[in-house]
Write a protein that binds this ligand. Sequence first.
Ligand code: SAH
Length: 389
Amino acid sequence: MTTPSVTVSPQGANRARTGHPWIFRADLVSSPPALQSGDEVRICDARGNFIARGFFAVQSPIALRVLSRKDEPLDDALLRSRLAAAYERRRFAMPGADAMRVCNGEADLLPGYFVDLYGKVASVQHLSEWADVRAPLLAKMLVEITGAESVVFRDDGSAREWERLPRKKGMLVGKEPGEVRYHEGAIDLTVDLLADHKTGGYLDQRENHLLAGRLGRGRALDAFSYHGGFALQLAKQCTSVLAIDQDASAVERIRENAKRNGLTNVEARAANAVEQLRALDKEGQRFDVVVLDPPAFAKRRDGLEAALRAYKEINYRGARLLSPGGLFITCSCSGKVTPEIFDEIIGWAAQEAKRPLQLLERRGASPDHPSLVGVPETEYLKTYFLRAP
Ligand code: SAH
C-alpha cells in the first residue's frame, strides 16, 4: 500500500524544513478524505516536492506531527528504535537513578509521547493522536525495552483537551501498582502514579532539589512544595523547613515522606501559598532559604497578564522574606514566560523589595527532560538560584 500524501502551505513547508515537528491545520492545504487519526502521511509542498513524513491528526489543532525528514516508513521498527535510543541515553544521563523520564516527546523525536519510569512502573502520557491510537503498541515496546512490569496511562491533564482528546487514566499493562517508592539522592519518596499529579512526581526538578540540598542552611521556606521535593533535601541540612501547598493530599505525603526519612524538622502546612507569603512577610518572618515553585500560572497566551502579576507578587514577597545572605530558588514552569521575561520579573521584585540579588545560576529541567533546539515550546522550566548578598 502506498503512503498517502498531503499538501501543506509554503509556511507549513518552511516550518517543517526548519525541523519543527508541528504543522497547524491552517497550513494543511489538501489531504485525502479517507485519512484517519494517526495515519502515516508523506508531507509535500504545492509542487509535490517531498518534505517529510509524519502522522495525521483528525481533531487536533496540530494537523501533522513530523517524525522524519527522510522518505522512510514510520513503522514499528522506527518507533521502537527511537524509544530504545531514548531509554539508552537516560541510562547515561541519570546514572543510578531509580526514577527518570524515559521519553520526552518532541525532543526524543516521538512528538506528544511522554514516559516516566519509577522502578518497574512506567507512567505515560499521550498528547498526540498518533501516540493515542498506538498506546497499546507503545506500551508493549516500553515493557520490552525497559523491563517495566506495569504501565499506567495518565491522559487526564488539560493538554489532552487542547488536542481534542478525551481525558482519562488507567492501566495499559499489568495491575494497579499502588504506592511506588523511588529516591532522589538520599531521600526515599513514595508516589501514587494513578492518584497524584500529572505522571506522578516532578522529576524535572530532581537535579535542582539535590543542589538546593547542597546549598541550603538555616531556616527554610518551601512554597508550592507538592511532595516535598525541595523541602526534604533542605531538611537534611537546615535547622527547620516550612513547606506549604494547598493540596491537602500532597501535604499529607510530605509528612509521610519526612517520617520515613527520619526528618523531624519539617512543618507541612495545607494553605494558599500566595496568602501565606504575604502573611509571613507582614509578620516580619525571615528565612535563610526561600523556594518558590508555583504551578504554570500562564498555560496559554491568554491569561499571560494575570500570570505575570502573580509571578511578580510572589517573587516580591520571596525577596522580602530573605535573611541577609539568604538563598532564593525561584521557578517558572510556564513556557509562555521566557527566560527574558522571567529575568524582568525577578529584576522588578529585587528592586521593589529593595533587596539586591546575586544570580548564582540559571537552571532548567534535569538532563532526562531535554528540549529540542528550534522548538521553544519544548523548553518550559526555569529554576534560578539567587542569593541576597
Ligand atoms: N516544588 C514541587 C513541585 C510543585 S508543583 C517539587 O519540586 O516537587 C506546584 C504545586 O503548587 C502543586 O503541588 C500544587 O498543589 C500547588 N499549588 C498550586 N496553587 C497553589 C496555591 N495557590 N497555594 C499553594 N499551593 C499551590
